[in-house]
Design a protein around this ligand. Structure first.
Ligand code: 0RA
Length: 229
């Protein structure tokens, strides 16, 4: 009997199919629904869902979503920060694995907590695959770590870029205009979703800020969503 057939000590629930991100770029609609305005906004929901999961575990109570003036999106949370330690087997940082490996078809334990009504729940690596640029910054263990990517490929190994007295994960991504029909974010569309998420996840403060829309004093348009828990 082959080694493969002997090692059937897994349960069907725990099968994880680990794929490269090429699959996502080849058939983006399969992962995010479509490559129109809906799919474009879905990228934000995917990233925010990761922070919501961290909040549901009781590790995070603040999520900031920023539409930057180049139509890139920043999502910041004050959770524990995505782990950055080295995986000895893969010889890669956990952060790199989270950002560059597609966890498809499998069931994560984290999915149990998903009440946010995520259409696909395909994870942040999908967003990375469909972004011309993505920066992941992690505040953790008193340090700041960063890795950047283009179309899901790391531009360098995870590096330390400073010291920090906070924890959290900050992701900034710019959707790939060769994939998406439209790359302009709509404030009201994102606001409607953030309001919903704040209602479903009581106690979390979710802010939405639009750096493209400054008032006379140079202050960006911003809304805070929060339901009492
Ligand atoms: C797994 C383990 C730990 C944190 C996270 C995931 C995490 C992921 C995301 C994605 C966006 N924000 C996030 N914040 C946290 C931490 C495990 C530990 O510290 O013991």
């Amino acid at each position: 009997m082959s080694e493969e057939l002997k090692n059937q000590d897994y349960s069907a629930d725990n099968i994880q199919i680990l794929e490269g991100l090429e699959a996502v770029r080849k058939r983006p609609a399969m992962y995010i629904g479509d490559v129109g305005i809906k799919g474009l906004h879905h990228l934000v929901y995917e990233v925010v869902d990761n922070s919501i999961d961290e909040a549901m575990g009781g590790h995070c109570d603040k999520i900031d979503v920023i539409i930057n003036d180049d139509n890139s999106i920043t999502v910041k949370d004050n959770g524990r920060g995505i782990p950055t330690g080295m995986h000895t087997k893969e010889k890669k940082s956990s952060l790199e694995i989270v950002m560059t490996v597609l966890h498809a078809g499998g069931k994560f334990d984290k999915d149990t907590y998903k009440v946010s009504g995520g259409l696909h729940g395909v994870g942040v690596s999908c967003v990375n695959a469909l972004s011309i640029h993505l920066s992941a910054v992690v505040h953790r263990e008193g340090k700041i770590f960063q890795q950047e990517y283009s179309i899901g490929k790391p531009l360098y190994d995870v590096k330390e870029i400073g010291v920090s007295d906070i924890t959290g994960t900050h992701v900034t991504f710019k959707p790939d205009s060769t994939i998406f029909e439209d790359t302009l974010y709509n404030y009201d569309t994102l606001a409607a979703r953030m309001r919903e998420l704040a209602f479903l996840n009581k106690g979390i403060h979710i802010s939405l800020t639009d750096m493209r829309n400054l008032d006379d004093e140079g202050k960006p348009a911003s809304t805070m969503f929060h339901s009492e828990g």
